[in-house]
Write a protein that binds this ligand. Structure first.
Ligand code: TXA
Ligand code: MG
Length: 369
């Protein structure tokens, strides 16, 4: 295992780390890479064996498809009169249909935390797509990921760099902790992930754009900036037939080992009191502006308040780090405020609800994934 010290962009260290990573990938190895959302566990998307190694390293079922990460147009291409052509050339080899709506999304949001599901080209390995006829593509907005993609020159299949069903890593140290048994895993350290939750996924393979996973980029934002309307998953009458497998859509996902519950505004103490086993060590996460002065809380030595920001983007950027840090302590219960309504909170709400459902020791009757 190697968690290199974080290299500075443009430095010789980064260049050397990238060169080493490229060699690993060319040999069919795995490399953990930083992105703006979460760390990914990357392999050459055109190497079947390398892709299969991802599934065994993660303990992920082989029919769960992966996202292929692509380089953004180089500075040279970007200066072409038509930047759209440059994107088109990069994406076209992977897909057999590139709707005009997809190009509008690419031009507006790539590189960035938006994954597009499109009809796949015939050369795409079915190990990558989980046997589906579609492929998920994204170009990450992280300088280290882009440096690697440029130097590698191909697509990188990469799921989040965590064991299946567990909280995604947002720091290099989280990846080391997840794969502590894989001493030779190369980890590129790109610092803390800024977005903090996985990319928004939009399916454009079936005519009507459908949201498969909420993230930092919301359907409202997409419509405002591109005019493309994205339906919520399930909005289509035939959604059970057309929505492809998304492992993040399993109920129990992104789960910490410590039991986690959400409380409605003003009901934190009720929530704690409903948890009968708890005599000590409750982590009570509270909105920064609402730290409780209630004597019942202040006087309770077993309840520790942990403030969290009220802005959805800051909350998201801290969420997984907070869950991991809390999980490393011997709390018996973590309680967090229910996120407010509104699309900018949908990504966070989705991850928190799944984290609650799957949290706790793996003995209960929930789907353990
Ligand atoms: O932000 C992200 O998207 C991160 C970083 C590393 O890029 N990646 C990530 O990968 O979250 P993963 O494998 O943990 O989640 C990718 C999701 C899965 O739920 C998968 O089922 C879905 O994308 N997916 C991949 N290919 C698909 C396809 N062809 N159709 C539908 N869903 C697909
Ligand atoms: Mg994942």
């Amino acid at each position: 295992m190697k968690a290199d010290p974080q290299p500075t962009i443009g430095s010789t260290e980064l260049q050397q780390a990238v060169e080493q990573a490229v060699r690993r990938l060319q040999q069919g190895g795995l490399v953990a890479i930083p992105t703006e959302t979460v760390y990914g566990l990357a392999a050459d998307a055109s190497n079947q064996k390398a892709v299969q190694n991802i599934f065994s390293a993660k303990g992920r079922p082989a029919d769960h498809p992966l996202i292929v990460h692509l380089a953004a147009p180089s500075m040279l291409d970007a200066s072409l009169a038509n930047r759209s052509d440059a994107w088109f050339k990069l994406i076209a080899p992977w897909v057999r249909d590139l709707p005009e709506e997809a190009m509008r999304l690419v031009e507006t949001f790539w590189p960035g935390p938006l994954t597009l599901v499109l009809k796949k080209d015939k050369h795409v390995l079915s190990a990558v797509t989980g046997g589906q006829d579609t492929i998920a593509l994204r170009s990450p907005d992280h300088p280290v990921a882009q440096a690697l993609l440029q130097a590698f020159g191909g697509g990188l299949a990469a799921p989040s760099a965590n064991r299946f069903g567990k909280v995604s890593p947002t720091r290099a140290a989280d990846v080391s902790a997840e794969f502590s048994d894989q001493a030779d895993l190369l980890i590129l350290d790109g610092g803390d992930c800024i977005v903090g939750i996985e990319s928004t996924i939009v399916d454009l393979s079936s005519g009507t754009p459908v949201l498969l996973r909420p993230g930092a980029i919301t359907p409202e934002q997409i419509e405002q900036q591109t005019g493309v309307r994205v339906l919520q998953a399930g909005a289509r009458a035939d959604s059970d037939k057309v929505t492809p497998r998304v492992s993040g859509s399993l109920k129990a996902h992104y789960a910490p080992n410590t039991p986690l519950r959400l409380y409605a505004a003003g009901a934190a103490l009720d929530c704690i009191s409903q948890y009968p086993d708890t005599k000590s060590h409750v982590a009570l996460v509270v909105w920064e502006s609402e730290q409780m002065r209630d004597p019942q809380v202040l006087g309770a030595s077993h309840i520790h308040q942990i403030p969290i920001p009220e802005q959805s983007d800051l909350f998201a950027s801290r969420l997984y780090r907070l869950l991991r840090d809390l999980d490393d302590h011997s709390w018996e219960l973590i309680v967090m405020p229910e996120p407010p309504m509104g699309q900018e909170w949908d990504g966070v709400r989705d991850r928190l609800q799944r984290a609650c459902f799957g949290s706790g020791p793996p003995v209960s009757n929930h789907v353990s994934s």
